[in-house]
Design a protein around this ligand. Structure first.
Ligand code: MG
Length: 381
């Protein structure tokens, strides 16, 4: 390395110096973090949000996402997304957009990786069943449970419970529990992860649903957004077989959404000239699709809702899974001796019914199946 290059690199040794060059004023800078509940010394080579991201990756709850349903269950094949691959796609898309908008990529990644960590087995069907079981006692939501996991359940350090994540990541996840339009706006990084979540599932649910044969591309051709993708694919690639055609449409679906989001939000941010992350939060600006894309996404999402999420096959699996979860809830609530030894103390603290919800919510689909066949036999004896 030439002496000149080395000296310019040397100026960027600290996280603060690197962020000062790479991030916009409206981004969340690590130096401005409100810190952690339990104070910890800074680390010289990793910023606070990068450490949060690494802590999330090393949790059991994160690893378990690989065996949790996104929309389609394991018995339907192995092509489709799991909760883990969905999470990784969200992180990838959010970082791509965040980098261009000069937002804090480490914070974005930490937020994306933690956003679905509280999902129970069987996706939203599982969530609805658990919510029904405990509706009058505080209810259950995967967004809220993510906070419980990272603040109480994951014990990885001797000095504090949970992961002791930064206040920015915890507040960002908290914002997901209250999506009321009048709620205070979260940081731009939090807004972006939310927008990337829908960018991601609109594309991969289309891909998975067609691949699984629940709907056809032809059936979706009249949807404006899919129509735009098809037109591009037909114009640019002459003779694709069905498989490549579906993939090309899905690539285009991601590309259109990301490009339009970037163009729209970059122009807005440039025009508004926010001087700080707080100023951006206190404004009426919200990262998201422009009006046209928003309308087209809503049309696609209502198609997916009616024809995919409510598909006869999924509804049947959904009902079975929900019945099993409810039965398990009742068994564990009435037989707390069936909780593994390590959960007995927590059961004493939060009560058997809440413990049953937490225990079930933490399970992978497969572990849930195994546990169900074990405990249903035991309870019958
Ligand atoms: Mg998600």
């Amino acid at each position: 390395m030439s002496a000149d290059k080395e000296s310019s690199w040397r100026g960027l040794e600290t996280i603060e110096a690197r962020e000062a060059v790479l991030l916009a004023k409206y981004a969340m800078h690590s130096a401005d973090s409100a810190g952690r509940k339990f104070a910890e010394p800074d680390q010289s080579y990793r910023g606070p949000f990068q450490r949060d991201r690494d802590r999330v990756i090393h949790t059991a709850a994160y690893r378990r996402l690989s065996h949790k349903t996104q929309v389609f269950t394991g018995e339907m094949g192995d092509y489709h997304r799991t909760r883990l691959t969905h999470t990784q796609e969200v992180a990838t898309i959010a970082r791509t957009i965040g980098r261009v908008l000069m937002l804090n990529e480490d914070l974005i990644e930490a937020l994306a990786l933690v956003h679905d960590i509280g999902h129970p087995p069987y996706g939203h069907a599982g969530e609805d069943a658990l919510q029904e079981c405990i509706a009058d006692e505080g209810g259950f939501s995967h967004n809220q449970f993510a906070l419980t996991i990272v603040q109480e359940i994951e014990i990885r350090y001797q000095d504090f419970p949970g992961l002791n994540l930064t206040k920015e990541v915890l507040t960002g996840q908290t914002a997901r529990t209250d999506k009321n339009a009048n709620a205070p706006r979260p940081l731009l990084e939090v807004q972006l992860v939310d927008a990337a979540d829908s960018t991601t599932y609109d594309a991969h649910d289309t891909d998975d649903a067609i691949k699984l044969g629940l709907v056809t591309l032809e059936q979706m051709a009249d949807l404006e957004l899919i129509g735009r993708c098809l037109k591009y694919v037909q114009k640019n690639f002459a003779c694709l077989d069905d498989d490549l055609k579906r993939k090309a449409v899905v690539h285009r679906l991601i590309n259109i959404q990301v490009t339009q989001m970037l163009t729209h939000n970059a122009a807005e941010l440039q025009a508004r000239q926010f001087g700080s992350a707080t100023e951006a939060m206190n404004s009426d600006f919200l990262i998201g699709p422009d009006e046209e894309l928003d309308r087209q996404k809503k049309e696609l999402e209502s198609f997916l809702y009616e024809n995919v999420y409510r598909h006869e096959l999924l509804m049947k699996i959904r009902k079975q899974a929900q019945n099993r979860l409810k039965e398990m809830f009742s068994i564990f609530s009435n037989h707390p001796e069936l909780f593994p030894e390590k959960y007995q103390a927590r059961a004493q603290k939060i009560g058997n019914r809440r413990m049953a919800i937490e225990y079930i919510a933490g399970m992978t689909d497969e572990f849930c199946e195994q546990t169900y066949s074990l405990v249903s036999k035991e309870a019958a004896n």
